[in-house]
Design a protein. Structure first.
Length: 288
């Protein structure tokens, strides 16, 4: 498609930071997944384990119990499904159930078997930028400026890409995610978003996930009190517009319709800008 894709978030969890507990039953999760499709989601990202700061890991069996029946039904309904997991075994089962994408916030570092699963399946692999175990806000980092830290993320993503290719994963199956909000300060998140053109220069599709995250809440805070996660959807849509305009492959969001509409505007604007630039270049050539 000649536009940024919209990935709808479907958390089948009791403890996700924004919608934990809303879709824990299989029928409820399936209904919400179908709702995301109706709202225009191009992809549905199904996750059974929360990666919010302080989250406690669940068992493999529990993660499979949560996600597999939901994936089966959404695939049957025609959805392109991504499984959001850090476990190779869960990824393998999800792919066997019809998922086509694996979204691993650890970039394959949490489970050494993940790379083998991707190589053998040929699935698309979304590799998240990840530091020091399960992602947490404010992880211990060397003393650097915000600009240095943002640039280091790009360097680390390049190294991650190279490692995945060396492991046998086809380059055209790799999507990179800078891990907005994962072990990063608000200032670093903004610096990374501003460097999306530099991320694109790595030569891989880029997924941007800002939806309802803490740094947006901090931006919108009134008298120091951030709005609740669901009240950050307009700000999320604004980041979707900017990400789409600057060439993101996809945005990962809770409110699909808002970002879908916003991206339609960004796409139309970008096309006009490209056409005008091309027309001006042609005119200049003729006049010269």
């Amino acid at each position: 498609m000649n536009r940024c894709l919209v990935m709808g978030i479907l958390n089948v969890t009791p403890d996700s930071f924004s919608d934990g507990g809303r879709f824990t039953s299989v029928p409820g999760a399936i209904r919400h997944g179908l709702h995301l499709l109706d709202d225009g989601a191009d992809l549905i990202d199904v996750g059974g384990e929360s990666t919010r700061p302080g989250a406690i890991r669940i068992s493999e069996a529990e993660e499979l119990r949560r996600v597999l029946p939901v994936i089966v039904e959404l695939v049957a309904a025609g959805a392109i499904v991504s499984v959001d997991t850090m476990r190779a075994s869960v990824a393998a089962e999800a792919l066997a159930a019809g998922a086509r994408i694996v979204n691993d916030v650890s970039g394959g570092q949490a489970d050494p078997g993940m790379r083998r699963v991707i190589v053998e399946s040929g699935a698309v692999f979304i590799a998240g930028h990840w530091r020091k175990g399960v992602p947490v806000v404010g992880s211990t980092m060397p003393v650097e400026t915000t600009d240095q830290r943002a640039r280091r993320v790009i360097v680390e993503l390049a190294a991650l890409r190279d490692g995945l290719i060396a492991a046998g994963i086809a380059r055209d199956k790799i999507v990179l995610d800078p891990g907005i909000g994962f072990g990063k300060t608000a200032a670093e998140n903004w610096a990374l978003l501003a460097r999306l053109p530099e991320l694109n220069q790595l030569g891989q599709p880029v997924l941007i996930g800002t939806s309802r995250k803490r740094f947006l809440g901090e931006l919108l805070a009134i008298d120091g009190a951030p709005p609740p996660p669901h009240a950050r959807d307009i700000a999320t849509a604004a980041t979707s517009v900017l990400a789409a305009y600057h060439g993101a492959w996809a945005v990962r969001v809770h409110d699909v319709r808002a970002s879908r509409d916003a991206i339609a505007v960004a796409t139309a604007w970008r096309r006009v800008n490209i056409c005008e630039t091309s027309s001006t270049a042609s005119t200049n050539t003729v006049l010269s």
